[in-house]
Design a protein around this ligand. Sequence first.
Ligand SMILES: [Cu+2]
Length: 186
Amino acid sequence: MLSAKSQFPSMRSRVLNVACLACLYLPVAALAQGADHADMSAMSPAPEALTAVAKAVGDACQIDVQGRPGKQFSPAHISVPSSCKTLTVQLIHTGKKPKAAAGHNWVLVRADDIQATVADGLAAGAENDWVKPGDDRVIAKTAMIGGGQRTSVTFDVSALSRGTDYTYYCSFPAHAAMMRGALSID
Ligand SMILES: [Cu+2]
């Protein structure tokens, strides 16, 4: 007990010394970090263009996805909170070309399945919007739409698992190679 008491003052003064060092250095470090952040945000695209978190109203979640000219989806990554029971994806075709020339849809599969579902979809043809009818590897899909149109699909995400890679793509011929994104349950 005696030795513990005699150590106490020296431990306390050591703690105070560390605290004073922190007082001196923390503001400098914060200033340096602020400068770095400002430089990076000026040079990089807005991160929300790349990744978007689905918005939740209770356990019903929602995300807007743009199908853009140049065979691009925005966002390119959708993060779905694990609290979501359903997800509504609204697809907005921001191009001008009609469905027959450059349609877009939104098809969700497990990443491992995409090569097979794209190949089977091409064989299924335009009358099936380039998705094999009754394909149980397709977790969700919207209708195929043309420029200026929008459509949506609502599906159950509670059966999807964390740690599995999901991919969404457009099944229009020659679009899927570029026009795809990643969906994860987080
Ligand atoms: Cu497309």
